[in-house]
Design a protein around this ligand. Sequence first.
Ligand code: ADP
Ligand code: MN
Ligand code: MN
Ligand code: MN
Length: 365
Amino acid sequence: MHTTAEYLWVDGAQPTQRIRSKTRIVELNGGPVDPWSFPEWGFDGSSTNQAAGDDSDVTLRPVAVVPDPLRVGGYLVLCETFDDAGLPHASNTRARLRAVLEQAGDDHAPWVGFEQEYTLFADGQPLGFPKDGYPEPQGPYYCGVGADRAFGRKMVEAHTRACLEADLMIYGVNAEVMAGQWEFQIGYRGVAGETADALTVSDHLWIARWLLHRIGEDFGISASFSNKPVSGDWNGAGNHTNFSTRAMREPGGMSAIRDAIFALQTRHAEHIAEYGAGLADRLTGLHETCSIDEFRSGVADRGASIRVPRQVQERGRGYLEDRRPGANSDPYRVCALLIETICGVSGATATSESPRASAALVGAG
Ligand code: ADP
Ligand code: MN
Ligand code: MN
Ligand code: MN
């Protein structure tokens, strides 16, 4: 049967990479669908900051597949990019995460959950902002309800539904502190038998970002992942990254959490350097952030770099929240760094080994 496959890949834009896509008609012959069901493909890298014009072909290799919630019978096919020597493209940060995971081994079993904040824009203004000037100051918008508090919910609902129908590990959704700002979480859901490995969750976040941009087209609304979409007394947008290893989740895990925080403290600058462009505008020490030059941790402290949720402290095990990553951070890079630092892996380099070995299997339809 012929159907649509939307090939997604992360481009080479600087300083912030973005997701791109194009459509291929594929013939699937029934049975389970996995990344191998889809052919390798290519694209013009000179138009995505991934190649020069005279040598422009970059290879797309499918690595994860989910049902396409927007096209009946179709699939979203997330790809890694490879150069003509068959090596991961310099912009292929997923390959780096694979290499780090391989070095770390299976024992750490890192699980992740992202809180992706974003801001909806129409006609150059965040939703809820009047044409000129500002709305009522922050206060009523966080988790607010009502046409004077929540702006863009129809689109947010469509996105939530789409994430569910794409079998993404969406965890929740809420309106944020600034008018027109929202958050969705993707990752560990506390469901028995469900894991949340760093590669799968990062893939899901990139696919969820693509869905947000794509659904925004239908609403005439664009989603911004800017760290500080409006300057002044308005919250920035982050991508809080919740992280645990097996040791942190097991009884007595609090000591592993403390060790992790200590390790993170020693590499604060390295993490900040890769946690998103324009981070200094957001990490000011105000608006529920810790200043970019400072490293602090605390239980239930939303002004810290690393927060240990109160519930985790009470249970004596669980996870930590890294509050530093910006909304525009690359989940592959954030996870690679966290695993390097917390699991003691150093200097992993991306290899050409087939990414398909780690790709998740999904059922047909
Ligand atoms: P906050 O109180 O910071 O707003 P949220 O409720 O928005 O937190 O999100 C909680 C996040 O924590 C989710 O992304 C979820 O996937 C993640 N999470 C929960 N437990 C774990 C765990 N054991 N390991 C990693 N991430 C976790
Ligand atoms: Mn949250
Ligand atoms: Mn938030
Ligand atoms: Mn948070």
